[in-house]
Design a protein around this ligand. Sequence first.
Ligand SMILES: CC(C)(COP(=O)(O)OP(=O)(O)OC[C@H]1O[C@@H](n2cnc3c(N)ncnc32)[C@H](O)[C@@H]1OP(=O)(O)O)[C@@H](O)C(=O)NCCC(=O)NCCS
Length: 325
Amino acid sequence: MGIGMSVPKKVVTNHDLSKVMETSHEWIVERSGIEERRWVSDGETGASLATAASQEAIKKAGLEPKDIDLLIYATLSPDYNFPGTGVFVQRNLGIKNIPCIDIRQQCTGFIYALSIADQYIRSGMMKHVLVIGSEVHSTGLDISTAGRDVTVLFGDGAGAAVLGRATDDQHVILSTHIHADGTEAEILWTEYPASAHDPRISAEAMAERKHYPVMNGKKVFKHAVTRMPEALMEGMVANKLTLADIDMVIPHQANLRINQMVAKMIGLPDTKIHNNIQKYGNTTAATIPICMHEAIELGKIKPGDMVALVAFGAGLTWASVFLRY
Ligand SMILES: CC(C)(COP(=O)(O)OP(=O)(O)OC[C@H]1O[C@@H](n2cnc3c(N)ncnc32)[C@H](O)[C@@H]1OP(=O)(O)O)[C@@H](O)C(=O)NCCC(=O)NCCS
């Protein structure tokens, strides 16, 4: 019914990063397509970005905050250990006594959240569901040469969407397919602080930089270019669609090269895929609503269009949504 986004005001370019670590604009653009990203400053948080994105989404849906029946907040970077960030957004929006669900499916989080919202709406339990993907990575990154392989890829930001009951088959979620496989959970993770360790964090663990994200980039790349085409094909088969029926694919924005490879593998023309990682980096649970918001603003997605959303991420997780916008 409505979609919104919000990113921090501070722009961090590749040139800015090359002043604080051994990297270069050319290396980052060549390997990932990223030119700049936004990082929080001046008290901006996951909740504050999510609140702004939600306000825009609710307004565009033609609703008031009081009309929302359920809030789902997807993130891998909650503002605090507990409670989940959803209740802070609920408070900021001035919504009283609605359930808030916080979920942790990393880059696939927004699609998992859409799938939960879809079930609640189809069952008739909820009328209007606010789905949020919001991340603040920058306060948890290793901003030094030791962390450069991960740090240059990530940005902060939030996106939100309001879902309601479809009144016809022209504006409807057609399918959601969600997957996970924990076999290689540690190829992309942040180990500390953790209740699995006692103490949860120590000076030794920090000296070994174990509170920063660790990624096996090559393995993650391979996972992405396998699982994203799979998830798209699964949705196409379920809905009896061919590529010709799809108007726009909005893929998770982890790496422009990954998305270009996926498009090539399935024969998707450039005109049917939208990317904006160049400006925002990987904002994890927020990439899909931010990218879809931009595609709508640019007129690349119009009412009634067949849109496929597809993502992969840590866990490992992967998923797709097919919808008529
Ligand atoms: C991270 C990624 C861009 C790295 O590309 P790659 O071609 O695999 O690069 P490598 O890891 O082999 O690194 C190549 C060299 O560049 C160096 N390097 C790594 N990061 C660098 C940086 N930011 N700047 C400059 N050099 C860098 C490495 O140290 C390595 O140097 P070496 O050959 O001397 O050891 C790529 O693997 C990737 O995109 N993977 C998927 C990541 C992803 O999607 N993550 C999010 C999942 S939701």
